[in-house]
Design a protein around this ligand. Sequence first.
Ligand code: C2O
Ligand code: CU
Length: 457
Amino acid sequence: MTLTRRQFLQKSALASAFSAMPWPLIASEVPVQRLRATESTKKLINGSEYSAADVFAFNQTVPGPLLRYRQGDLVRIDFENELPEESSIHWHGIRNINAMDGVAGLTQPAVATGGRFRYEFPLPDAGTYWYHSHAKTWSQVARGLYGPLIVDGPEDPSVDHDLVLMIDDWRLSDDGRIDEASFGSLHDWAHGGRLGNWMTVNGISHPEFPVKQGSRIRLRLINAANARIFELQSRLPATVITQDGFPCTQVERTLIELAPAQRVDLIVDIDDSPLTLFEARSGEPYPALTINPSLTGATVAKTALPQMAIQTPPATIDLSIPMHMQGGAMGNLREAEYEGSMRSIRELARQHQKVWAFNGKISHHHERLARVERNQVVSIDVWNDSRWAHAMHLHGHHFWIRTASGEDLSGMRDTYLFDPGERAQLIFVADNPGLWLFHCHMLEHHAAGMAAVIEVS
Ligand code: C2O
Ligand code: CU
């Protein structure tokens, strides 16, 4: 293929943007894809008595199209915003170039109605990721503006079936439409977030997946819910191979916890009876999906799974960032600094809908929680001094987790669930320059104050 001068100039501009990245550019280009955000409708509950829900969709589907690449690919996506409001796309978990991270108001201006934005970035890591709106996220994600992004790598174990399972809960009213009246409810924002009453996997209530008898399958669980923590229960043991895309020590489990935005990849050896995964956290086990061994044919050998390399944290920490998280219902936050002055929690809640604070302060995108020099080893020392669980997500990096007793959990994550009262250190090498958001992925908590920016220079 010959290069025209114009193409050549574009390529060199791209190459200089990538030269700021900590990993070598080995990207191979893939064709440009389009992601068009529009209003759409989707029937979430079957039956003529139910109406279709008014959703926000990428390319008219909820979830949006499966984006699948190989490690090292150079992704090029034209985002077209045909929604009646501004939007942007964040590539959750990708160690991205900062300008491509998609945080409206921080790493790019929001894309207006009728506007476009070209996302162009390489994929440094294999694994299970997802993409979602990052403008008015609490509303747009609840309306379905998300999709899966899978990166295949050379170390992936061989399986017969590879199932991508995007799990969500919707808050629907009696007619099957999205409950609009409760958007922005202060009660939700100060409690556990917008919890739904209708569970879907890949947009379907209790879907069934045909697989071969005796097959080995990979399940890629993705929690796309605004705020709900799922716990999936399996009759057969499942081997956890990655969390948030990154390898961990392989353990067999029959109960898998999945906080908002987290991913867990499992290998399951299927027998010849159906396997239903139940959501068990809500108390009454609820059938989420069924894997049905209704197909026959040759299957892969059930050899021992290769353990993928796991990175361990550096021995010393260069910089600690204390983070005291307070607020929410039944909490101990009496006042906090907001827009330059101390205000009572009552005023913050009633006039500004802010109910959570980091270190006594409710910050904005234009303020920095910390400035970090490139390649420093940083620890965010989190104390969840509230009565609520929080799924804390760091953009642009994966981190190690060191518990209060000094134990390092296996592997790296981009989202970690803090129980009420929990303290832990999130340790990362700040090797990716830019402005990175750190926030709770319970999206109502994020909107109500749980967000901060870390600058890596
Ligand atoms: Cu899943 Cu700030 O993002
Ligand atoms: Cu939270």
